[in-house]
Design a protein around this ligand. Structure first.
Ligand SMILES: Nc1ncnc2c1ncn2[C@@H]1O[C@H](COP(=O)(O)OP(=O)(O)OP(=O)(O)O)[C@@H](O)[C@H]1O
Ligand SMILES: [Mg+2]
Length: 232
């Protein structure tokens, strides 16, 4: 895939998300602005409750902002109708959740293939791509197990395979190594960065981990709903 690193693939302008809690309003995201170049690795770091997951979900089209725009490859996803957004998401975006959100009644393999049931891309040879992902993630002998029969690290790797099966343009990862020990976290991170190179995708990752955040091409921090770039 040809990567044009000068091209902005994702841009948000003044994204606001507020929640009403009883008689107070919580501003989870406060006029957040981000610019992400195609093929880059962007990290977002910040304390618990600062709005990182909320912002990532809005960028990934899983949640709607109260104000502001989220433009991905020229399309403002906040303006899309639900079915149009679902299709766009299925084809272009991958999400690795903070708690991996595997469906408990389905096997690892079935979980990985869920995005392909919602939208299939003609240009992907799924058997080949699946095989490559499964080997890269060390899941070959775990495919027929249920999530409850997998370790935390294996569950997280299944969630990564599920996020990558449709060759998304952008992968949003919310603390992808949060439940893992150092060795497993390093391994998952290395895989994610290698797959990013091979597939040519853009990676936007939320983390608490300073060491991981420092590996990114561009770093942001979030504090009290406000997002700001960290200068190198
Ligand atoms: N569905 C919701 N309803 C009400 N308030 C919410 C909701 N989701 C998030 N919030 C509030 O928004 C703020 C930001 O939450 P968010 O989950 O985005 O933080 P975070 O930075 O991801 O934290 P963590 O590092 O603990 O995952 C918090 O004050 C949270 O309580
Ligand atoms: Mg979070």
């Amino acid at each position: 895939m040809a990567i044009n690193s000068d091209r902005i693939i994702l841009e948000t302008v003044d994204v606001v998300k507020q929640y009403q809690q009883y008689d107070t309003v919580v501003t989870a995201v406060n006029r957040a602005k981000i610019e992400v170049r195609e093929g880059s690795f962007v990290s977002i770091i910040g304390p618990s409750g600062s709005g990182k997951s909320t912002f990532l979900h809005i960028c990934a089209g899983l949640d709607r902002p109260n104000a502001g725009s989220v433009v991905i490859r020229g399309h403002d996803i906040t303006k899309m109708k639900p079915d149009q957004l679902a299709r766009f998401r299925g084809e272009q975006l991958g999400m690795i959740f903070q708690s991996h959100n595997l469906l408990p009644q389905f096997t690892a393999l079935e979980n990985i293939l869920i995005p392909t049931m919602l939208s299939r891309k003609e240009e992907i040879s799924y058997a080949e791509h699946l095989s490559k992902l499964v080997d890269a993630l060390g899941l070959r002998d775990r495919l027929n197990h249920l999530p409850s029969e997998l370790s935390g690290g294996q569950q997280q790797r299944v969630a990564i395979a599920r996020a990558l099966i449709n060759l998304p343009q952008i992968v949003f990862a919310d603390e992808p190594t949060g439940n893992l020990d150092r060795a497993n976290a390093d391994e998952v991170m290395e895989l994610l960065l290698r797959l990013r190179e091979e597939i040519g995708m853009t990676l936007v990752m939320v983390t608490h981990d300073e060491t991981l955040a420092a590996q990114a091409d561009v770093r942001y921090k979030m504090f009290d709903g406000e997002l700001s770039p960290i200068m190198a």
